[in-house]
Design a protein around this ligand. Structure first.
Ligand SMILES: Cc1ncc(C[n+]2csc(CCOP(=O)(O)OP(=O)(O)O)c2C)c(N)n1
Length: 192
């Protein structure tokens, strides 16, 4: 499966959610499908999208938060899985696109290319619902049901190591930060 196809399939489920992505290829792909003020592309801080998503999910329990992660990023912050499992926010959906590669910096193989099973690690850490979804249709099914329910879910999707032609995003990091902060503040006001 191409990650672009997977994102396309789930975009309608994401557009009104709080979404935090890792940097690089997947951020550019989501941005190209249609940027929203409720999307934050966590540049530079590799591995920490899930940690940021956890903080937001705990702070805004009435709203669903979707983290779009990568294998290299998750491997850099594997402890996040046990922290997620400890706090278990039912409003958090953690999507891991596993292309077995550090694609955004040139395509070096990660440990999932040599056998590390991230879904297995997530289960062993105590994430209550762990799914694997290797077609856009299956991923969409999992995303729809996770967002309709209230169980912390990690879904690992194997994707080809193919990125966008251009990583250009016409959105300065600070502008994204201010937009996103305002979007979160508006949601926080709604839930008061
Ligand atoms: C701490 C840190 N180390 C390295 C980098 C450089 N870097 C940016 S993206 C990336 C690869 C991310 O890999 P993955 O999460 O698998 O996503 P992919 O690029 O494959 O979509 C790396 C190594 C960084 N931004 N921060």
């Amino acid at each position: 499966m191409l990650r672009e196809q997977a994102l396309q399939a789930i975009y309608p489920e994401l557009e009104d959610r709080i979404v935090v992505t890792i940097m690089g290829a997947v951020a550019a792909e989501l941005y190209t499908l249609g940027h929203r003020p409720n999307f934050f592309y966590l540049e530079h801080a590799m591995g920490l999208a899930s940690s940021m998503g956890l903080g937001i999910a705990l702070a805004l329990p009435q709203h669903k938060v979707v983290v779009v992660d990568g294998d290299g990023s998750l491997l850099m912050n594997l402890g996040t899985l046990s922290t997620l499992a400890r706090y278990q926010p039912g409003n958090l959906l953690h999507i891991v696109f596993d292309n077995e590669s550090l694609l955004s910096v040139g395509g070096f193989p990660t440990a999932t290319a040599t056998g590390t099973d991230l879904a297995g690690v997530a289960r062993a850490c105590g994430i209550p619902r762990v799914e694997e979804a290797d077609t856009p249709e299956r991923l969409k099914e999992v995303v729809v049901s996770a967002l309709a329910g209230d169980i912390l879910t990690t879904v690992v999707s194997k994707v080809e190591a193919v990125g966008p032609k251009s990583f250009h995003m016409d959105l300065p990091l600070l502008e994204n930060r201010f937009q996103f902060k305002r979007a979160l503040e508006a949601l926080a006001r709604q839930s008061k």
